[in-house]
Structure formats: structure tokens, C-alpha cells
Design a protein. Sequence first.
Length: 192
Amino acid sequence: MADGSYQTARGRKARALEEKEETSVESPNYGSLPVDSDIEVDDITPSTAPRPVHLQWRYVALVALGGAIGTAARVTLSMIIPSDVFPLGIFVINVTGAFALGVLLELLINFGPDEGHRRRLRLFIGTGFMGGYTTYSTLAVGTAQVIVGGHPWIGAFYALVSVITGAAAGFAGIAVAAEAHRWGRAPKRDES
């Protein structure tokens, strides 16, 4: 019985090698290379593959709804925060958005794979809300308006500080969420 199963396994291996030869090309430097190294013989076919997330209407709707809410929040906040020469409102929006996005994505990644409710949260809050809330196109327009308004140094300063502070805020959000996750997972001390 052991010999029969060995031959069966050996036969399967031989058949796999034959199939590999049919799906490979000769390379002068490396010998026989697979036509596509990422595809195995038993891979999913297009008819059985799950539909990509970006083509599923429920996820598109989550992003659209989050984007509408995020845009409304941005417009409201930009009207509340005064902006004379320096577009302070957009600066605050972009920095707080970068921080919040860092926190969100770090927390989601620490709690498991990107599926189910974590995927829905990422798409609704991360892609949708934060995508509508933050606005680097308005940063560019604001920078141009400051420069054209006769304040080129303030415009250059605004653009540079916005990008650097936004990146720092994103990293700070990641660090805060990572520390909170570590703190939450720390073993409890016995107070006795």
C-alpha cells in the first residue's frame, strides 16, 4: 500500500513537471522559466475568482457615503477656522486628517486581516471620510492664491510645512495607535 501511494505521488510530480514544461520558456541565462511565475496550475480561473473589492457596489457605496460626510465636515470646519493670508483651516484639516488616518490604519492592521468589518471601516472612514475630509488639491490652490496674492515666501512656507507636518502627523498617528495597542495587550499586574 505504501508503494502504491508513493508511485501515485511520484506520478503526480512527473505530470506536474510535464505541465510546467508546457508553460515555460527557455532563457539563455536561467534555463527554463515559467511563463508566469505567480500562477500555479490549480489557480482560480476568472469565472470562479471572487469579484475585486473595487468592483463591488456595496463597497463603492461605503466610500461614496464616507466621502460625502468627510467633504461636509471639511467645508464646515474650513468655514469655522479663519484664514487670512495663511490658509489655516486647510492646514488644520490636512494635519488632523493625516493623524486620524494613521491611527485608523494602524488599529485596523493590529486587529486582523483586511476583511469583514475591518475592511468596511477602512473603506468608509479611511478611503471615504478621510479622502473627502483631507484635501491636497485645496492645499495646492491655497498655495497658488497666497503666492499670486503677493506673499511668495508665505506660500512656499505653507506648502512645505503642510506636507512635512502632514507626514509627521500620519507617523504620529501610527505611533500612538501602536502604543495604545501594546498598552492594551500588556499583561495586567497583580496588585496584591
